[in-house]
Design a protein around this ligand. Structure first.
Ligand code: IMO
Ligand code: MG
Length: 428
């Protein structure tokens, strides 16, 4: 494998962590390219169960250089806590690096994320309140501070003092919030800078040397296509692009280097936070999926909204990401279901839509049109060979392939590393 991109195909939480952990075995480098600690990537492997927010999910393979890329926003406190926890539990983190170009989440970003949500009232977006949106806004507004800046106290102090003047005006005059102390933030973050220094690197040349040697590289996405600021359900989206196109920008690799794009989809669909979700199940079936699959946010603990697989949204995701393969996760959750539904189109008034609408107010009024497929009664969580799956499970997978016009190369049938069916080699 030269460079492969792995992205979320739905509204996030598709099981990207598990798939990366599994594929990283054959990689030399894993680079996270977007998002911040709003992500929560759950991985169960021989070290135990982990919920990673910032550290790439390749960290459990000591031969893999793991890079937090320039496209990520970093809360240093969260990152240090995460690396400490990994070390405490026996995971070597000496192969972790952070791009000096990555932006920082500052205390005012977190406060503003909360205050803005409060001010939106009923229209709240349901953000993770981790300061991710405000940090990406500042990056584009050229008011950000980058990880590399922390390493020089003078530079950091001068940047922080001018930016904090703006932020304190915003906090006190618009929101009536007490001003933040320059000294406190400077001391706190300088201390983080000292602790992070061994990880911070000019990672560009390292990545390009690895590319030149033809080494296998995985680019790890966060969130999912339907949360993309352009192509998702705006404004109920996140603030950095979770799409494959962003992998190039967030890692500093040109599009001609990408050999394939793997989209991770759950066998059903979930969403946390606000916004339309045509196949949401507010009944006991949704409840059953939630309990069986432990669908509670890895970052915020919020119950996830659960629903049937949405092939209209799925097809859209395949197209905007240019997916070459699908990794289908949580198929085992349907063990014992009498039947399973797939949404193949939307009803909008008297029209039938088979394309995902760009207008969120249209999507809000769409009703799912379902096709019902037979379920299977046995447990599939020990199966490692596609041909051994019960016929209805195989048919379900094939129907998804047909509806999305994309092959399913990888199926996950349980939470551990080996509960995987490699249908095809997706990263040769
Ligand atoms: P992973 O990487 C699911 C959602 C939030 C909210 C919206 C905006 O685990 O798939 P933000 O804090 O980003 O400004 O919130 O995006 N969201 C996610 N939902 N999985 C994620 O990450 C998410 N990251 C953000 O719930 O609706
Ligand atoms: Mg998650």
């Amino acid at each position: 494998m030269p460079v492969y991109v792995l992205v979320g195909g739905q509204w996030g939480d598709e099981g990207k962590g598990k798939v990366i952990d599994s594929l990283a075995e054959r990689a030399r480098m894993v680079i996270r390219f977007s998002g911040g600690d709003n992500a929560g990537h759950t991985t169960i492997n021989p070290y135990g169960e982990f919920r990673l927010h910032l550290v790439p999910s390749g960290i459990f393979h000591p031969h893999v250089t793991c890079i937090i890329g320039n496209g990520v926003v970093v809360n240093p406190a969260v990152l240090l806590r995460e690396t400490q926890e990994l070390q405490d539990r026996g995971v070597d983190v000496s192969h972790l690096l952070i791009s000096e170009r990555a932006h920082l989440i500052m205390p005012y970003h977190i406060i503003l994320d909360g205050l803005e949500e409060e001010k939106r009232g009923k229209g709240a977006l349901g953000t993770t309140r981790r300061g991710v949106g405000p940090a990406f806004s500042d990056k584009v507004a050229r008011m950000g501070i980058r990880v590399g800046d922390l390493l020089n106290r003078d530079t950091f102090l001068s940047q922080l003092s001018s930016i904090l003047e703006f932020k304190n005006d915003l906090l006190t005059k618009l929101f009536g919030h007490p001003a933040l102390s320059l000294e406190n933030i400077f001391d706190e973050y300088s201390h983080y800078g000292e602790q992070l220094a061994p990880f911070v690197r000019e990672t560009d040349s390292l990545i390009h040397e690895s590319l030149a040697r033809g080494e296998p590289i995985l680019l790890e996405g966060a969130q999912g296509a339907l949360l993309d600021p352009d192509f998702g359900t705006y404004p109920y989206v996140t603030s950095s692009s979770p799409l494959a196109g962003q992998a190039c920008l967030g890692a500093g690799i040109g599009p001609t280097q990408i050999a394939g794009v793997i989209g991770v989809f759950k066998a059903y669909i979930t969403r946390v936070g606000s916004g339309p979700m045509p196949t949401e199940l507010k009944d006991e079936v949704g409840q059953l999926i939630r309990e069986k699959a432990r669908e509670y946010g890895a970052t915020t603990g919020r119950p996830r909204r659960c629903g049937w697989f949405d092939a209209v949204a799925g097809r859209f995701s395949v197209r905007v990401n240019g997916l070459s393969d699908i990794a289908l996760t949580h198929l085992d959750i349907f063990d014992g279901f009498p039947s399973i539904k797939i949404c193949t189109a939307y009803r909008f008034g008297d029209r039938v839509l088979d394309c995902f609408p760009g207008n969120t107010s249209v999507l809000e009024r769409c009703q799912p049109i379902y096709e019902e497929l037979p379920g299977w009664q046995e447990s599939i969580s020990g199966i490692q060979d596609f041909d051994r799956l019960p016929v209805p499970a195989r048919d379900y997978v094939k129907r998804i392939e047909e509806l999305l016009s994309c092959r399913v190369g990888f199926i996950s049938v349980g939470s551990t590393r080996d509960q995987v069916i490699q249908v095809k080699t997706i990263t040769p």
